[in-house]
Ligand binder design. Sequence first.
Ligand code: PMP
Length: 405
Amino acid sequence: MTFSTLAMSIAESPTLRLNEQARLLRERGEAVIHLGIGEPKNRAPIPAILSASAKLSTGDIKYVPTDGLPSLKKAIIRYTEENYDRLVAPENVIVSAGAKQSIFNIFYSILNPQDEVIILAPYWVSYPEIVKMCYGIPVIVRPEDGTFHPRFEDIERVVTSSTKAIILNSPNNPSGIIFSDDFVAQIVDFCERKGIYIISDDIYHKLVFDGKRPTPAWKFTNKDIENTKVIVVNGVAKTYGMTGFRIGWAIAPRKLVEIMTNVQSQVTTCVAPFLQVAAEGALLGLQSVVEQLRLTIQNNRDVIMNELSTFTGVKCVKPEGTFYCLPDFRAYNADSVALSNFLLQRAYVVTVPGKEFGMEGHLRLSYSGSVKDVTEGIARIKWALDPNSPNEIYIGDKKMVRDWL
Ligand code: PMP
C-alpha cells in the first residue's frame, strides 16, 4: 500500500487527539478535567438556535451558493462595518465550514509550491500543517526567551523572494497576548510595500480583557479592499461559543474570493444552510451574549492567574484575550509532551504540550470551562509536581497519594 508523502507528513491535530484520550479515560470512569479544550461551555445563543430550527423545520435543505447565503453575507458585512469600520461588498466575502477552512482556502489560493509563509511562535497548531498541505513552507519566527512578542527585525530577517504571506493572530492562541499597534503597523506597512499578504486571524478579537482591544490590521493600511494585502479571517466559533456550527469567513479582494470560491466549490460545494442561518441569527441577535461570555472568561483568567501565582517555579505571562494561557513549566520538566502525558496519566488533567505551538517547555492551559475545573485542575497539577504541596488529594471519590516526589 502506498500513500501520499505529503498527506503522511501532516500531523494529527494534538487537541483533537487529546480530546479522544480524555473521552476514553472518562469512559473508564476517571474524573478527567479538560484544560486542553478550546471552546466555551455556554449554550449557543437563542437566536442562532431558533433560526437553525426554523430553517430545518421547513424541510427544504438544499445546495446553496458556494460563497455563502446572501443573507449571512449581509450580516457579515454589517459586522465588518461595525467592528472594523470598513464597508465591503458581498463579492469580498466567502463563508466556509469554520475559520479553519477559510485559512486553508486562502493558502491554497495564494501559494505556489515552495512559497514561504511566516508564522510567529507561539502559533496555533494548524497553521504550519495547513501551509504544508498547500505545498508551502512554514517559516517560524520565535520571540526572545521569556516573551511572546516577536520582534519586527526578526521577521524582516527571514523575508526572501519566496515569502508570500505572514499570519497574524491577535489575541493569540496559545499565549493570549495582543500584539502592539506599533508592531502590527510595521508589519502591514512592510508587507504591503513588499507585496506580501497579511492574514489577520481575528477569531478571538471579542474575547479580550481589561478594556484592551486589538486594533484591526486594516486600520494600518489606507489601501482599499481591492488593493490591500490584508485578508481578514473571522467566525462565530469563539465569539458566540458556536464551535460545532462550523461557520467562518474570509474577507479579501474580489479576485481572491473568486478563486477561493472555485476551490471550495470543488471540495465541499457549500456550507450547510441551516448552520449558516444559525450564524446569521447570532450576528444579528442581542450582542449581550458576547459580553456575558467575555466577562465569564475574564473571571476565569483571573482565577487561573491567581492559582498559578502560588505555584513555585511556574512563570506565566498574563493573557489579554482568548481563553488560553501558556505557562512556562521548565522548572519541572522541559519536555512538554512528557509532562502533559504525565499529568494526564497521574492527575487526569488534560493540557496541551507547548511543543505543538512551537514553544517547548510550556503547557497550554485553557480556562474556557468552569471556575471549578480551573481551580481543581491547577490543584491537581500542583499536587503532581510541586513537592511543597500536600501529598494526598481526592480525584473524583478516589484518594490519591503521591509517591513519586
Ligand atoms: N484560528 C485560531 C487561532 C483558532 O484557535 C481556531 C480554533 N481553535 C481557528 C482559527 C478555527 O476556528 P473554527 O472553529 O471556526 O474553524
